[in-house]
Design a protein around this ligand. Sequence first.
Ligand code: AHM
Ligand code: MG
Length: 335
Amino acid sequence: MKRKTLSRYLIEQQREHNNIPADLRLLIEVVARACKHISHAVSRGVLGDILGNAGTDNIQGEAQKKLDILSNEILLEANEWGGHLAGMASEEMEHMYEIPNRFPKGEYLLVYDPLDGSSNIDINVTVGTIFSVLKKPEQTSGAVTEADFLQKGTEQVAAGYAIYGPQTLLVLTTGFGTHCFTLDAELGSWVLTQEHMRIPSSTAEYSINASNQRHWAPPMQTYFSELLAGEAGPRKKNYNMRWVASMVADVHRILTRGGVFLYPADARTPDRAGKLRLMYEANPMAMLVEQAGGSATNGNIRILDILPETLHQRVAVFMGSNEEVDRVTRYHQHS
Ligand code: AHM
Ligand code: MG
């Protein structure tokens, strides 16, 4: 069977939906190329001297791994010169990155988590790169500012992740479904291998870091105790649990076979709404999940409807199969 490459897919989408102008295509192709580079670095491990801590902390106060920093640089360098971007923001940089004046500027904004699942780097477990693409607001002229990035997730023109697992995959949406490409490492091309991923609306599999249970709020305790009660409880079925601790891997499983991903807020950090970051983790994943027929909320409203106040804002995340997300959201709303 003749398979389609990413470039052909993007060109055909533009013909069909008029939603991927040349600059956006360039942006997606450049990000995909950078992810190939990161994938190669990940696979080299000790041989590439990419394991271990870098000896620095990021803005969230987390120890940066060598691979966090390398991946961030790969994405910056790949994207700064092409003329398609006005600016970038990343989990690993406190402030947004303005395109240097020696390069032409474009109208898009790229926001990313260069290496998601950092705690898994040194133990040879799946990690990934998550990205979100916005347009610089039309009413702002001149230099890009951080305020230009603070747009609702509904404004994303593209979102995706690369996952560095047994295979390297790219999962992408430009607003017309969620599609999966596999890296053919020998040819160096991304090949469309699954169109229109679908998340079944019911599931018997959940994904949560249950070691935090004692810190959750009452609605979360109720929901979780019902899952644990299995067949004998109100849900009348037995659930299975999976937690990779790489959001890319847990969400990829959900996009492939269904399930629900839960990262609730917890009482230890009342000043934060959760662990995961809205702009470069929750928003792109929420768009991919919704485009695959699932839902994503913060327990109160749709994630994509949250107006960000800061670049590194955190959020509680409930995403995946509709029945579970609806229920856990209802419990929070009615508490
Ligand atoms: P990271 O971007 O620094 O890797 O942190 C985000 C990760 C997610 O991929 C994952 O879902 C979560 O943190 C795991 O958290 P925990 O350490 O509580 O298991
Ligand atoms: Mg992350």
